[in-house]
Design a protein around this ligand. Structure first.
Ligand SMILES: [Zn+2]
Ligand SMILES: [Zn+2]
Length: 70
């Protein structure tokens, strides 16, 4: 697979959209994975830091409303 942006071989794949990116074009972003209940019933968010991001797509922090489906 080639990088989405150039002709280099892809070194990683965007965690959000699946585009391949070379080392020069890969960006990093924290990825919100889910919620869980911690001690004292405090809701906590579980995030993975430094996932690969192509820098091109726009991951949404929350589900996008799709009113046209209803
Ligand atoms: Zn590239
Ligand atoms: Zn992407």
């Amino acid at each position: 697979m080639k990088c989405w942006f150039c002709e280099e071989d892809a070194r990683a794949v965007c965690s959000f959209c699946g585009r391949g990116v070379c080392r020069d074009h890969a960006s990093k972003m924290s990825k919100f994975v889910g919620m869980f209940l911690g001690g004292n019933d405090t809701p906590k968010g579980l995030a993975v830091a430094d996932v690969i991001w192509c820098g091109e797509c726009q991951p949404q922090p929350e589900p996008i409303p799709m009113p046209e489906l209803f």
